[in-house]
Design a protein around this ligand. Structure first.
Ligand code: CTP
Ligand code: MG
Length: 228
């Protein structure tokens, strides 16, 4: 069955310190947003992408995604979670019972990882997310920077996107969490709040979220390497 992907792209990219929002910076000849959306649309099961852009956006119409037949846009909100909720409201959950949510700022997600997530979620019937296990020894520290303890590493994962859930249940979970002022930084945290099962699907650490200026060169290196 066909899938829809929601791409939150309504952030300002404060930590990037660039003149335009980071999703509109160019890497290897295309904007970060174009790389991300092209990659999602290259997945056989993904039929449509809903891009959530800022109501003040002045860049989207100059990208190759404007007027794309498999792309629609909606206006985002103040926080990422508000933008994801706006995207979910634009999805017909009868036509698309399952959605993937994927950050615009993660153009390097390997296509095989997206496919692995989709097949695991279909197998289990539960939602899930791409993630990778932490590699460094992890410490808990106090406010003054003193070590309190070493945290067991085996249980710790970096949460990535895409994250894949039943559309209607994800929307309800986010609405409930927002109502109770629960901090929601990814889809999984909203589903955890309503005690919905999520599966961690091992993905590549190449799937970095472009956040700070340093990340641009690394992302471009990965994108070019992936074309080989
Ligand atoms: N995002 C969004 N709506 C918001 C905030 C963020 O759609 N109100 C999107 C961003 O465009 C990005 C993704 O969510 O694709 C992940 O957020 P993040 O990396 O934090 O991007 P920004 O919020 O733009 O960056 P910063 O936090 O540095 O301002
Ligand atoms: Mg942010």
């Amino acid at each position: 069955k066909a899938l829809v992907a929601i791409v939150p792209a309504a952030g300002v990219g404060k930590r990037m310190l660039s003149a335009c929002p980071k999703q509109y910076l160019q890497l290897d000849g295309l904007t970060i947003l174009e790389h991300t959306v092209n990659r999602l649309l290259s997945v056989d099961d993904i039929q449509h992408v809903v891009i959530v852009i800022s109501p003040q956006d002045g860049y989207f119409n100059d990208t190759g995604l404007a007027n794309h037949p498999d792309v629609t846009t909606v206006s985002g909100g103040k926080e990422r979670v508000d933008s994801v909720l706006a995207g979910l409201k634009a999805v017909d959950s009868a036509r698309y019972p399952w959605v993937l949510v994927h950050d615009a700022a993660r153009p390097c997600v390997p296509k095989e990882d997206i496919n692995a997530l989709i097949s695991r979620c279909r197998e289990t019937g539960d939602g899930g997310l791409l993630a990778y296990q932490v590699r460094d020894t992890m410490k808990r520290g106090d406010a003054s920077g003193q070590v309190l303890e070493t945290v067991e590493r085996e249980a710790l994962w970096h949460a990535l996107t895409p994250q894949m859930y039943p559309a209607a249940q994800l929307q309800t979970a986010i609405e409930k969490a927002l109502e109770h002022n629960i901090p929601i930084t990814d889809e999984s945290s909203a589903m955890e709040y309503v005690n919905h099962t999520s599966v961690l699907v091992a993905g590549s650490s190449e799937n970095l979220k472009i956040t700070r200026p340093d990340d641009l060169a690394m992302a471009e290196f990965i994108l070019i390497k992936q074309q080989e």
